[in-house]
Design a protein around this ligand. Structure first.
Ligand code: B12
Length: 234
């Protein structure tokens, strides 16, 4: 299983592994490259970090996601603007492309099918992509509907693939109601009893999940895996 349990092991072993201080330094540089909107640098450093034996999840969390969090805060405070956020997002995505195959490299144990997507009106897909990759890495077959997915498309994919779990992502408060629309459509189509629905994304909360009748809320990708594991025990 890919997740926290492997972090200490991966960090601490391996002859080619650098000292802890150097690892922290590299992670800080990756974070900084994302903040500095430098895709080439971020990708180069991510490659170096992988080569030095750092765990992919640690690079993702403490380097790339940590950088994007700072970018998010600056965007919120009007310190930077959309074109700059897009460059930082590119730095994240180009670097994540190096990490993704490593996250998928876990033992493949098909545990069930999960349909994931970002709801209609919302183009944010970075978090959803991480959820998809971690689920895959933990042995799930993932049908990725993409971003800005209309309710009808979710229904068509649910009928076609018959997933046991649907994971909905929303990053905008204005698109959160689309999650409820998907759940209502599942009821209308007579599919609600056959599928569990988990929701996530920065503005989403556990209370909101309860409010709209979702089965679960996950605050990060690891939580998405834990929910799926709880619902589909091996
Ligand atoms: C990168 C980014 C963009 C990029 C997106 C690139 C892409 N391909 O995704 C671009 C530049 C395109 C963009 C556009 C916009 N953005 Co924007 N963006 C961000 C930013 C900085 C980071 C989002 C991100 O990727 N975070 C990193 C990932 C890893 O985190 P995450 O998505 O939360 O996902 C994690 C968890 O939430 C969870 N999770 C996510 N999905 C799911 C699903 C399930 C099932 C589960 C269990 C868990 C789960 O697991 C993930 C991994 O741990 C945020 C700031 C922020 N703090 O979130 C603003 C932010 C989301 N954007 C915002 C806004 C306003 C916009 C725009 C409307 C701006 C504009 N004026 O045009 C447009 C939206 C266009 C649209 N229609 O969607 C606001 C939203 C405010 C609000 N509350 O509604 C934010 C919060 C910035 C701000 N502080 O003002 N954005």
């Amino acid at each position: 299983m890919i997740g926290d349990p492997c972090l200490p092991r991966t960090i601490c072993n391996g002859e080619k592994h650098q000292g802890k201080g150097m690892s922290q330094d590299l992670l800080a540089k990756i974070k900084q490259a994302v903040i500095a909107m430098d895709p080439a640098k971020a990708r180069e450093l991510t490659g170096q970090a992988l080569g030095s034996g750092l765990a992919p999840l640690q690079i993702l969390r403490q380097g790339l996601i940590a950088g994007l969090e700072v970018v998010g805060a600056k965007f919120k405070n009007d310190e930077i603007f959309l074109p700059e956020v897009m460059l930082s997002a590119k730095a994240f995505q180009d670097s994540f492309a190096l990490i993704e195959p490593k996250l998928k490299a876990g033992d493949y144990r098909p545990r069930g099918k999960v349909l994931v997507g970002t709801v209609a009106g919302d183009v944010h897909d970075i978090g959803k992509n991480i959820v998809a990759v971690l689920l895959k890495g933990n042995g799930y077959e993932v049908i990725d509907a993409g971003a800005d997915v209309p309710v009808a498309r979710f229904m068509a994919l649910a009928k076609k693939h018959q997933p046991q779990v649907i994971g909905l992502s929303a990053l905008l408060t204005t698109t959160m109601p689309a999650m409820k629309q998907v759940i209502e459509a599942l009821k209308k189509e007579g599919l609600r009893d056959q599928v569990r629905v988990m929701i996530g994304g920065a503005p989403v909360t556990n209370e909101y999940a309860e409010q709209i009748g979702a089965d679960g809320y996950g605050e990060d990708a690891q939580a998405a895996v834990m929910l799926a594991n709880a619902w589909l025990p091996q």
